[in-house]
Design a protein around this ligand. Structure first.
Ligand SMILES: Nc1ncnc2c1ncn2[C@@H]1O[C@H](COP(=O)(O)OP(=O)(O)O)[C@@H](O)[C@H]1O
Ligand SMILES: [Mg+2]
Length: 251
């Protein structure tokens, strides 16, 4: 749909400005690294946090895969970004990985560690934090949601995508995020923009990324999206301006 593409573009824009950027891949099907141009070898060195059994056990007091019993709900996480992130093009990348047992909402030590990590990154730190999530919001709880500056949903011109955006808006509302912003992607012309703007009910559209073969190409070759598709960088720049302007005049 374009979530990972947009996340990589925004991370790049902040990084080239000299901001400290932490990009977090929270999709179980992790591919933000490849959109950021990390090579297969570089990615192989970034271990997903959910797979670090010893770390999880050390921090929570319980081996991953075990549930029931007692484990620490507020494990130490502040050193994790420095220790486990990879860096490329000024962007630091952290991969959360998949919780295998019990699904996303599971009450287990690995889920406690990931949730606490995401909360720490969003609440407790000064850098630009960009979280690339699948359509569910499993790592966000109410206390974390309050620290989210902007919640952006990516849609393609098409009814199914609009429906997904609406259900994500509902999930966001459930954890206290009332302002959901939309970015259109794979837009081929004014009719597509019109379709998106008119289908979304009350959601605010920040802008659109054009459809470009260069994005498809970049995905095939593993090139960073921001190197492969300058037109997307330009479009993302406009989107970021709208985003920042919206944040500035928010009550
Ligand atoms: N603007 C675009 N034009 C053409 N192809 C795109 C565009 N944005 C994304 N794609 C392609 O669509 C696929 C999914 O994009 P991705 O950003 O990974 O979506 P998501 O993270 O929402 O699953 C990728 O192959 C990507 O290259
Ligand atoms: Mg993705």
């Amino acid at each position: 749909m374009g979530k990972t593409t947009l996340a990589a573009l925004l991370a790049h824009l902040y990084a080239v400005e000299g901001r400290t950027v932490l990009a977090i891949d929270a999709d179980p099907d992790a591919n933000l690294g490849s959109a950021l141009g990390f090579s297969a070898e570089e990615l192989a060195r970034i271990q997903p946090i959910a797979e670090m059994k010893d770390l999880i056990a050390e921090r929570t007091g319980v081996q991953p895969g075990q549930s029931g019993g007692m484990f620490t709900l507020n494990p130490r996480v502040d050193d994790i970004p420095e220790r486990f992130a990879g860096v490329r093009g000024g962007v630091r990348l952290l991969i959360l990985g998949t919780i295998k047992q019990g699904g996303g909402g599971c009450f287990c030590p690995e889920s406690a560690l990931l949730r606490n990590l995401v909360r720490h990154l969003l609440v407790g730190r000064q850098e630009v934090v960009i979280l690339d999530m699948e359509a569910g919001l499993e790592h966000l709880g109410r206390s974390t949601a309050a620290a989210v500056d902007a919640f952006v949903v990516v849609v393609e011109p098409g009814r199914r995508s609009i429906q997904t955006a609406q259900s994500v808006e509902q999930l966001a509302a459930d954890i206290g995020i009332s302002r959901v912003l939309v970015v259109g992607n794979k837009v081929r012309g004014p009719e597509d923009e019109q379709f998106i703007a008119s289908s979304l009910g009350g959601m605010e559209v920040l802008g659109c990324l054009p459809y470009t073969e260069r994005a498809v190409e970049a995905d095939l070759t593993g090139q960073a999206i921001y190197d492969a598709a300058p037109e997307l960088v330009e479009a993302a720049r406009a989107i970021r301006c709208r985003l920042e302007a919206g944040l500035a005049d928010r009550p």
